[in-house]
Design a protein around this ligand. Structure first.
Ligand code: GDP
Length: 446
């Protein structure tokens, strides 16, 4: 993920705090210096870094903290909150309204991932039951309409565009009118990009804006372009009423601090992040989840959102258990079922706090699917007492392992391997359960 390196650096700084026998002004200053250096080397704007530093200093007033209070925790929380503020301008996030025709217009430079994001966005809403359509008004890039058409068809989303008409304003206006007439609830308009921000692009954008009167303008920004992101974002913000942002290519290894600074410059909230080239690689943005993930603390609310979307019957039980630090074999079975539906395991792993990669070894992509099918057979060969247990029952009575292996058509080694993975997951869940900070943002009924 973009910003992984930054996350690791900040994490190391925070970890080293716990090794300090006394946390005094000198230690705090040294820590702030290291965090600032990490942010600056990731391209975060210097003014933002200074502000973050000042804010942490204000929050952590060592002289006023009572003796015996956990200073380490207070500093960690302050750093976490300030990092969240960096990616959250504190503006209300736009939401489409039901029983209304919501028009979304996307803008951005060529190559930023605009067309890809339009189809991802359409598919996101379509999967959630919104009547969604796409309009391709990108007449500048040859192939943009074909690209949108192919992806829209794959995702079963109606689209509008033209090979003959070269006026993007006319296409956008006609497309939106056509879908409004048919009562579409979400109409997404893909507009042209250029290689750089130039007046022709902005004039065209404004004309489309005036004609389709969008409810939200989404600025699509390549998250990997470094410091150039800020200037680009400012130029767009000055030309058009940017309502929100999609940061793309966040699956790469770029520094990403430029994108953060760009968000701060526009004061527009990030709506989604693009995390791959596939149509499902779009994640709803939440600052706490994002920073949590960046710091390697997992993203429970992201997991919850995905689980809720899938509407798995038992997902509430699973999340309730996880939030209480309990993890039965049945919970693991439910997780595997979810993973099967959610897609690549490496993505899911990022949402689970601190999952060591070795726990998931052998469970990647195709290989993993077969592996997982065998695991499901193992679960299905357990009785209720075993399935709803923490797995210790197998340690106490190993003959159960033999029985389950036979019943599932696998072998003893396979069952033992699954049980040891469950044990490792269980230990992580136990740790998470006690950490209320991590659980902020979970659904209120948990
Ligand atoms: P446009 O010119 O802005 O419409 O850009 P495209 O949608 O054609 O995207 C440009 C390139 O970026 C394509 O190769 C996309 O597959 C790729 N791309 C878009 N979004 C992402 C993303 O989130 N992650 C990755 N890795 N690639 C992306």
């Amino acid at each position: 993920m973009v910003l992984n390196e930054l996350g690791n650096k900040i994490n190391n700084v925070l970890q080293s705090l716990s090794k300090e026998p006394v946390i005094d002004k000198r230690v705090l200053d040294a820590m702030l210096k290291d965090i600032s250096a990490a942010l600056l080397s990731s391209d975060v704007n210097v003014k933002l870094v200074l502000k973050l530093r000042e804010n942490i200093k204000k929050t952590v007033d060592l002289d006023k903290l009572a003796a015996g209070i956990n200073k380490n925790k207070i500093i960690q929380n302050a750093v976490f909150d300030e990092l969240c503020k960096l990616v959250d301008p504190g503006v209300e996030v736009w939401q489409p309204k039901k029983k209304k025709q919501n028009v979304i217009m996307t803008v951005g430079l060529q190559g930023s991932g605009k067309t890809t994001s339009c189809t991802k966005l359409a598919s996101y809403f379509h999967r959630r039951g919104w009547k969604t359509a796409l309009v391709c008004a990108d007449t500048f890039r040859a192939g943009a309409f074909d690209q949108l058409k192919q992806n829209a068809a794959k995702a079963h989303i109606p689209y509008y565009g033209s090979y003959e008409e070269s006026d993007p304003v006319q296409i956008a206006t006609e497309g939106v009118a056509k879908f409004k007439e048919k009562n579409f609830e979400i109409i997404i308009v893909d507009t042209s990009g250029r290689h750089k921000q130039e007046s022709q692009l902005f004039d065209e954008m404004k004309q489309i804006y005036d004609n389709v009167n969008p409810d939200n303008v989404i600025f699509v920004l390549d998250g990997t372009i470094g410091q150039a992101a800020e200037l680009q974002a400012q130029a767009f913000k000055e030309s058009i009423d940017v309502g929100s942002i999609i940061l793309t290519k966040m699956d790469g290894h770029a520094k990403g601090g430029g994108a953060i600074s760009a968000v701060a410059a526009t004061k527009s909230p990030i709506l989604f992040i693009g995390t791959g080239e596939h149509i499902h690689d779009l994640e709803k943005f939440s600052s706490r989840s994002f920073i949590s993930k960046m710091l390697g603390m997992g993203d429970l609310s992201g997991l919850v959102e995905t689980v809720q979307t899938l509407q798995l019957e038992d997902s509430q039980d699973l999340m309730k258990n996880i939030s209480q630090g309990v993890f039965t074999l049945k919970d693991m079975r439910d997780q595997f079922e979810m993973i099967n539906k959610m897609g690549p395991l490496n993505k899911i792993a990022g949402m689970l706090p601190g999952i060591p990669p070795e726990v998931l070894q052998g469970l990647g992509e195709e290989d993993g699917k077969n592996h997982m099918k065998q695991f499901m057979c193992i679960f299905d060969s357990m009785n209720e007492q075993e399935l709803y247990s923490d797995g210790k029952i197998f340690e106490k009575e190993p003959t159960r392992i033999v029985r389950v292996a036979r019943g599932s058509g696998t072998n003893k080694l396979m069952v033992e391997s699954m049980l040891s993975k469950h044990k490792a997951f269980g230990q992580i869940v136990k740790k998470m359960g006690g950490n209320k900070g991590l659980l902020k943002g979970l659904s209120p009924d948990l």
